[in-house]
Ligand binder design. Structure first.
Ligand SMILES: [Zn+2]
Length: 588
């Protein structure tokens, strides 16, 4: 390729400027109606078409058939001002960064008085307009306010807020925008077609994203990828490689490990990210993008069809599987943690440490004392319950991924099998029960506890979560049921054991049994009738359920100054919570 793509495909007419219709539309009408203002200010991010549009304006104004929004393209002025033409004496481009001083502008002022050499207008395009000094602009002020009939000004800047107010107020202001990925992607596809280069849809989306909304940047990335690609054109894999994006396998492993809470696997992924020389911020950004995809897949039924997800088909298939492995709150929380890690990584001197801290936080939703952490914990409990009573944590893989693993045993990119990963504490039995990963294992359909399938076993394993929910209704009820257990479920009547009679009376009299019923309904979508019964040995039942207590109520008994306890005297509290019996009152 002899010339940079962005120069080859520089727009020649207003209609060819991509994605700035809010600017090109009004300019077009001004040209059509011959009502072009004598000074414009174009502002916006770099690479969005400000300078190109300024040149097109100059070409449109000076066309022999003009002023016209559609320059003829054949007259002297048009050929001189063509995208790759020699330029015209009457269109003067200045960079204010180097020509913004008072001497330069005085010089400009004097020259502007002379009539144009051969065209209708003398047009000054002043780039980096925010660099014009105020002394410099004072010299220009009169000229910009009331220019001779043959002079037009177009100022362009990336930093509109730094432009002198005197310039802003004397010009018509237009703001250029960054382009959405979809639009950039279409533009890149057009360019590839014109160049005769086959390109995968998903690869172009990747390139467009790398261009961060700028046409010029996207085209130069495209140029780079094209020059490095073979006869098969631009493939997704090639683009990932050339752009230094994180290998999708690494992201898959991260997400899969996160789903089964495999801490060891997560830390090993981090190790590989660092060892392979990946840029940590890149990895975290890509992980955040992946979590975003999963959140979208969970919430938007036709996300793939509507183009909200840009990825090759096999990756989309994997992402759909992964989205099923998480609860909504878990994903939202994970994205939050990863996003915070991304900000923390900015200028961090020990990026590896930050990555590892991020993993630690991802693994420990309980560390977040806020609602999001609580909901994430609940998601996990539900999920683990649905996958079979905490007994087996299946390494869930899509068939596509498994096939890929057995298909290409590359040395560095070979995904690590779960069985190779040192089991994390407390997960040993789970890992040993994991089927060999080489046999594709269809993921168990994970659903929220369906009302029909909920029985006593589920109630027992979810009891801590139920108690947490009770707490949100009443701390007193929560304390009362802190030593309790579901004993039997017959005909919709749930027998709940309490360890002394006072508590039973209290539960019935104060409506705490109703709060428990509501909590069970909230957590398990199961409506039962509560029957509190005496079960003196219930304390031992509680510890034998095997359910992991997320926050043992006993370790967090309410203090007397708790706002919810205001209506309870110390005696009441002792009666209710501890099952004390009042035997008399001592006179003071
Ligand atoms: Zn012309």
């Amino acid at each position: 390729m002899s010339m940079a793509l962005y120069r080859t495909y520089r727009p020649a007419t207003l209609d060819e400027v991509v994605g700035q219709e809010h600017v090109t539309g009004p300019l077009r009408r001004a040209l059509t109606n011959d009502r072009v203002h004598h000074a414009y200010l174009f502002s916006g991010p770099r690479g969005c078409g400000k300078t190109s549009t300024a040149r097109i304006m100059a070409r449109s104004l000076n066309c022999e058939q003009g002023p016209t929004p559609d320059p003829c393209g054949v007259c002297q002025s048009c050929t001189d001002l063509a995208a790759n033409g020699p330029g015209s004496l009457d269109v003067i481009e200045l960079d204010a960064a180097s020509h913004g001083g008072v001497d330069d502008t005085r010089d400009l002022r004097e020259r502007a008085m002379f009539a144009p050499a051969s065209s209708r207008y003398k047009i000054y395009i002043i780039d980096e307009a925010h660099m014009v000094s105020s002394a410099g602009f004072n010299a220009l002020l009169k000229l910009v306010e009331e220019p001779p009939e043959h002079v037009r000004f177009i100022f362009a800047t990336t930093e509109a807020e730094k432009v002198l107010p005197t310039i802003r107020s004397r010009t018509h202001n237009y703001t250029f925008r960054l382009l959405p990925v979809k639009l950039l992607q279409q533009h890149l596809a057009t360019v590839c077609e014109a160049e005769g280069i086959p390109a995968e849809h998903a690869a172009l989306a990747l390139i467009a994203r790398a261009g961060a909304g700028s046409v010029r940047d996207s085209l130069s990335v495209l140029g780079q990828v094209i020059s490095g690609s073979g006869p098969e054109g631009i493939t997704y894999a090639e683009a990932v490689l050339q752009l230094g994006m994180t290998d999708a396998t690494l992201l898959d492993e991260t997400v899969d490990a996160l789903a089964v809470h495999d801490g060891a696997a997560l830390f090993i992924v981090i190790d590989r990210v660092m060892e392979a020389g990946h840029e940590p911020r890149r990895f975290v950004t890509d992980l955040l993008e992946r979590l975003r995809d999963l959140i979208v897949l969970q919430n938007v039924p036709g996300a793939v069809e509507t183009g909200l997800i840009d990825a090759p088909d096999d990756q989309v298939a994997r992402e759909i599987e992964q989205a099923r492995l998480f609860g909504a709150a878990e994903l939202a929380r994970a994205a939050e943690v990863v996003s915070e890690a991304l900000s923390a990584l900015k200028g961090a001197t020990a990026p590896r440490l930050h990555l590892e801290l991020m993993v630690a936080r991802l693994l420990l939703p309980a560390a977040d004392a806020n609602e999001r952490g609580f909901l994430a914990r609940l998601d996990q409990l539900e999920r683990r319950m649905a996958t079979g009573e905490f007994q087996q944590l299946v390494a869930v893989q899509s068939p596509a991924q498994a096939a890929e693993q057995s298909g290409e045993p590359g040395p560095s990119s070979r995904p690590r099998k779960l069985s190779e990963v040192a089991p994390s504490t407390g997960k040993a039995p789970a890992v040993s029960e994991t089927p060999a990963v080489d046999e594709p294992v269809a993921s168990a359909p994970v659903t929220a506890a369906a009302a029909s399938g909920v029985g006593l076993t589920e109630l027992k394993s979810m009891w801590p979560a139920v108690l947490d929910a009770v707490k949100s209704y009443s701390r007193v009820a929560w304390v009362l049921f802190s030593v309790s257990a579901p004993l039997s479920l017959v005909n919709g009547v749930l027998a709940v054991g309490l360890d002394n009679a006072n508590k039973i009376n209290n539960a019935r009299a104060s409506g705490h049994d109703e709060r428990l019923r509501q909590a069970i309904l909230d957590v398990l979508q199961l409506d039962v009738k509560i029957d509190v019964v005496l079960a003196p040995d219930v304390a031992s039942t509680v510890t034998s359920t095997g359910a992991e207590r997320t926050s043992p109520p006993v370790a967090d008994t309410p203090s007397m100054d708790d706002e919810n306890m205001d209506d309870s005297s110390g005696v009441d509290l002792a009666l209710r919570a501890l099952g004390a019996t009042q035997i008399g009152e001592i006179e003071h």
